[in-house]
Design a protein around this ligand. Structure first.
Ligand SMILES: [Zn+2]
Ligand SMILES: [Zn+2]
Length: 114
């Protein structure tokens, strides 16, 4: 037994123009006998992409309100010895967190290990 490739209905042999064709009982789709393959192989491939979400750190627009201030640093840009700082877990959880600094004077942002 064959099934309609369009609607899945049952194909039955009918005479059409002097030859026998298969005709769908549901939608009327016809196909020639023997010209179509007996089996349609459906290959469903489910590819689930686990895209490692790159964590974007918008450091330049970091809200510094309420951030602690350290005086153990020197701003690489202006030499000021006072900066806000915060800690960001950059990659995997087992990696050490990175400290970021933002100069209280010029607003320059840099990271501890670069
Ligand atoms: Zn059909
Ligand atoms: Zn600075």
């Amino acid at each position: 037994m064959k099934f309609c490739p369009k609607c899945g209905g049952v194909m039955v042999p009918v005479k059409q123009g002097g030859k026998v064709v298969l005709r769908c009982t549901r939608c009327g789709y016809t196909m020639e006998v023997g010209s179509s393959r007996e089996l349609s192989v459906y290959r469903v491939t489910n590819v689930i992409e686990h895209s490692e979400k790159e964590k974007t750190i918008v450091i330049s627009e970091r809200d510094v309100k309420g951030l602690p201030i350290t005086r153990d640093v020197v701003c690489p840009r202006c030499g000021w010895r006072e900066a806000y700082y915060w800690v960001v877990q950059t990659r995997a959880a087992d990696e050490p967190a990175t400290r970021f600094f933002k100069c209280t004077k010029c607003g320059y942002v840099w990271r501890e290990y670069d």
